[in-house]
Design a protein around this ligand. Structure first.
Ligand code: NAI
Length: 334
């Protein structure tokens, strides 16, 4: 069977981490027809928009996409590609597995967290205005509908993956109506999942607990802004942004991506770590039912990381992106 997948190589190091990832997928024998589209700064240069219509049509049709990081040009009038894609296709659930990898130095070992972030509302609703000169207002939108469906997603995920605990992270002590509703929806949903333990943590305490003892936590359920911040903090516990993938799910569409950005400081040097992109591809293959190929890739990746002689500079090595990826391909073909 051939899969048709929308591909956004992205900006900066995006193409450098995407190209070897496609070679790695090819090495497993999985057949993919890639429909490649620009987005972000490169698309702006070529098509005069950061989100070309062709990309939206392709993703609408294929329902599955692999996306490298994109640069959002600073300044007014440029929609964030990520926010636009999430809102247009109602990709309401952002999932980030935060796990130690063999051979990757980190502050902790045996960390195995799942961050589930609500992706469509909160302070990312984009409703901002000037009240009077010198006073700006940004509206935090929390709805029962979105809070209930993300809570259901987190509990369903926990149950399907044998996870024992879900913790809702909030600031309901201060934002009694908005975060209060988010927490209330999570609490009500928890009543339907008696096999999964439920707790809640105030977001500042959650950050403290994560840094002190991340092994105490399991599935984290957060609204948009807290999810964004806490998932980067959690990535720092297992070796940084270069090794953490992310997925965005709607009822119809799924988009797999890196958590890191386009890293303009190392663009074109062939030293970017493609691990996050490769792990995003592993998540995508699992989603497509290609579990065997996904397992072959993650095993090969872990072998190369563990051996430690082909690591990129961010992991303390001196190998190029190409050398690291080629070593993974050799492991797959072994
Ligand atoms: P960044 O994640 O691009 O870079 C932060 C630091 O991490 C840099 O020192 C960079 O060299 C390093 N780094 C990131 N990924 C790496 C990798 N795979 N291998 C080795 N080192 C890596 O964050 P920054 O600089 O804040 O953002 C740059 C651009 O990326 C901005 O335009 C931002 O809007 C965009 N961005 C896009 C995202 C996406 O498309 N998913 C997510 C985050 C930022």
């Amino acid at each position: 069977m051939q899969h048709v997948i929308t591909l956004v190589p992205g900006d900066g190091i995006g193409p450098e981490v995407t190209k070897p990832t496609l070679k790695i997928i090819k090495a497993t024998g999985v057949k993919v027809k890639w429909e490649t589209h620009l987005a972000g700064a490169e698309a702006l240069k070529k098509h005069g928009t950061t989100i070309p219509k062709q990309l939206m049509h392709s993703f609408e049709k294929n329902k599955i996409a692999l996306k490298g990081p994109v640069t959002t040009p600073v300044g007014e009038g440029f929609a964030s590609v990520n926010v636009e894609l999430r809102q247009t296709f109602d990709l309401y659930a952002n999932l980030r597995p935060i796990k130690n990898l063999p051979g990757v130095k980190a502050r902790y070992s045996n960390v195995d967290l799942i961050v589930v972030r609500e992706n469509t509302e909160g302070l990312y609703s984009g409703i901002e205005h000037e009240v009077v000169p010198g006073v700006m207002e940004s509206l935090k939108i929390i709805t029962e509908k979105a809070s209930t469906r993300i809570a259901k997603f987190a509990f369903d995920f926990a149950r399907a993956h044998g996870r024992k605990k879900v913790a809702a992270i909030h600031k309901a002590n201060i934002m009694k109506l908005t975060d209060g509703l988010f927490l209330d929806c999570a609490r009500r949903m928890s009543a339907h999942y008696t096999d999964v333990a439920f707790s809640d943590l105030i977001v500042d305490n959650a950050c403290l607990q994560l840094v002190l003892d991340p092994l105490k936590l399991d599935v984290l359920l957060l609204e948009n802004l807290y999810g964004d911040i806490v998932s980067d903090l959690a990535a720092g516990l297992v070796g940084g942004l270069g090794v953490v993938p992310g997925a965005n799910f709607g009822d119809q569409h799924a988009l797999f991506e890196t958590v890191h950005g386009s890293a303009p400081d190392i663009k074109g040097k062939n030293i970017a770590n493609p691990t996050a992109m490769i792990l995003a591809a592993v998540m995508m293959l699992n989603h497509l039912g290609e579990e065997k190929a996904a397992k072959r890739i993650s095993t090969a990746l872990e072998t190369v990381l563990q051996r430690g002689d082909r690591l990129t500079p961010d992991l303390g090595g001196s190998a190029t992106t190409t050398k690291f990826a080629d070593a993974i391909i050799r492991e797959i073909e072994r």
